[in-house]
Design a protein. Structure first.
Length: 243
């Protein structure tokens, strides 16, 4: 089984009682676990679902702090609370993030900067990255094993498609930051655009995430459902999806 657990799903900043972008992907057959984006509030939620010191890898999609800020708390906890003794956890990071860190991570993290078309193997999971339509350099990721394939859009505008991650995506986790009337105002997707993107790429299931806290979940979900042409899942903290 391949599973996805939502650790945070708020767009741009954490809402009251919420958390920004972050997800836990697990292969239950191998025990492999990947923390995919580490926005503010997600490290707290990560600890609800797994031992953070036993992660197999971390993926950080881009240098906007709502997608990586809690990696600082992870480093602090590893050094001063858990007395982490390795081996260092691989981090697959988009360009630029490492320059923002305020503390040394040697011995805790094995930092690997990646770009468009790069890949990596974590346990039985194969990761492949694709540059999206979002500044600064932002990487979507395909996560695949024998159980199935998850595609994560990270942040993107409309000039990127899930088809860039290849075919046979069983579950697409797609940002849907706002509704149709906001299209073109920022480098993000509306619910309508997220649904159309997933449908055109032939994905089997769609889950929308990264909603601005001031936009109602029902409005985004309704748009995505109409344009996708089938049921759509709404990311909420703690919700799980499995293949």
């Amino acid at each position: 089984m391949l599973s996805l657990t939502v650790l945070g799903c708020d767009g741009s900043h954490a809402s009251a009682g919420g958390a920004a972008s972050g997800y836990l992907v697990r292969s239950w057959a191998s025990g492999t676990s990947v923390w995919m984006d580490a926005g503010p509030g997600t490290f707290a939620n990560l600890q609800r679902f797994t031992d953070p010191m036993r992660l197999s890898a971390v993926v950080l999609s881009h240098e906007h702090v709502d997608h990586w800020g809690d990696i600082e708390g992870f480093i602090t906890a590893a050094r001063w609370v858990y007395a982490f003794d390795g081996p260092p956890i691989p981090v697959y990071a988009a360009p630029g993030i490492g320059t923002h860190l305020t503390q040394e991570f040697d011995g805790v993290l094995d930092w690997r900067e990646v770009g468009d078309g790069d890949g990596g193997d974590v346990g039985d999971l194969r990761l492949v990255f694709s540059r999206t339509d979002h500044p600064p350099p932002t990487l979507a990721v395909r996560v695949q094993n024998e159980a199935g394939t998850i595609g994560y859009s990270a942040d993107t505008g409309p000039n990127w498609s899930f088809s860039a991650l290849g075919t046979d995506i069983d579950l697409a986790l797609c940002e849907a930051t706002y509704t149709a009337e906001h299209e073109g105002t920022a480098g993000h997707l509306s619910g309508r655009q997220a649904g159309a993107n997933a449908r055109s790429a032939g994905v089997r299931r769609l889950v929308v995430t990264h909603r601005w806290p001031t936009i109602t979940a029902g409005a985004v979900l309704s748009e995505a459902t109409d344009s996708f042409g089938g049921p759509v899942g709404q990311a909420t903290v703690g919700r799980g999806f499995s293949l």
